[in-house]
Ligand binder design. Structure first.
Ligand SMILES: [Zn+2]
Length: 265
């Protein structure tokens, strides 16, 4: 009996705290196969295992594989559950259903497991482009007094104010054309949409690689403060045949437009 209780307690602890399993890489495994077999998108696998790429998997290497598609989010400041849900464009219930001990207020530094597989369901498919992150525009497209260089310079995109490590989503389906460091941009992803390109800059974490196909609303990165940046934000560009255009002209009118199901306050 004692053994059964002990086992039950271990199981409960396991269910409550283990959101992933350890997996040892076998001969012949590819990132693509692992993604398919475990039904976890490649960017989610890359978020759990920051050092992996399609070309560097080693036999016997231990990978963390989440039990369902989702990532750990650790807010740097206290925030409400509904605010957290907005960063992921999901319903708060999707977070409470997998975090049994969570309340409506989340303290700073509490690790929360947040599902990301359903992000697409919150986006309207009517919009050609969707917002890459939930936040307000802190700097618009066009000529501005540059905050660091202190002279008039052209701002080739918009800045969306978001805390560090906020998820970033593909604004439209396409193929990753660049993923890495560029001066000024810091860590940047460029997605080619055929005639259009989108840029996601100053990232803290890049979860895609060149050549990866992504769909509209796919989780691709975490926001950051890398490159020439005065604070955590996402710099987002829409280019038409490599010519920067005002992204606002392509995006739904407000953030709430893309997250009707979460719009409850
Ligand atoms: Zn910017």
């Amino acid at each position: 009996m004692r053994k059964i209780i002990a086992f039950a307690i271990i199981m409960m602890v396991g269910i409550t705290f283990a959101f992933y399993i350890d997996y040892k890489v076998q001969a012949g495994d590819t990132l693509y196969d692992l993604s398919k077999n475990f039904n976890i998108p490649i960017p989610v696998l890359m978020d759990w295992n920051p050092s992996i790429s399609p070309s560097n998997l080693k036999i016997g290497q231990t990978l963390k594989i989440p039990l369902v598609s989702g990532i750990m989010y650790k807010p740097s400041k206290a925030l409400t559950l509904s605010a957290l849900a907005k960063y992921f464009f999901i319903d708060p219930e999707e977070i409470t259903s997998v975090n049994l001990s969570i309340g409506s207020n989340i303290p700073a530094n509490k690790e929360v497991f947040v599902p990301v597989g359903k992000v697409n369901t919150s986006f309207t498919q009517l919009a050609d482009f969707v917002w890459p992150a939930y936040g307000s525009i802190t700097s618009e497209f066009g000529w501005r007094l540059h905050p660091i260089y202190n002279k008039n310079m052209f701002h080739s995109g918009i800045d969306i104010g978001v805390p560090l490590s906020t998820p970033v989503f593909a604004a439209r389906g396409g193929t990753v054309k660049y993923a890495g460091w560029q001066s000024g941009y810091g860590n940047v992803i460029i997605i080619d949409h055929g005639g259009y390109q989108t840029y996601y800059a100053h990232l803290s974490k890049i979860n895609v690689y060149i050549g990866l196909r992504v769909e509209k609303g796919d989780f691709i990165a975490r926001s950051g403060n890398t490159g020439t940046s005065t604070g955590p934000h996402l710099h987002f560009e829409v280019r038409k045949n490599d010519e920067p255009n005002d992204p606002v002209a392509y995006l739904p009118r407000t953030n709430t437009y893309v997250m009707r199901r979460v719009f409850s306050e």
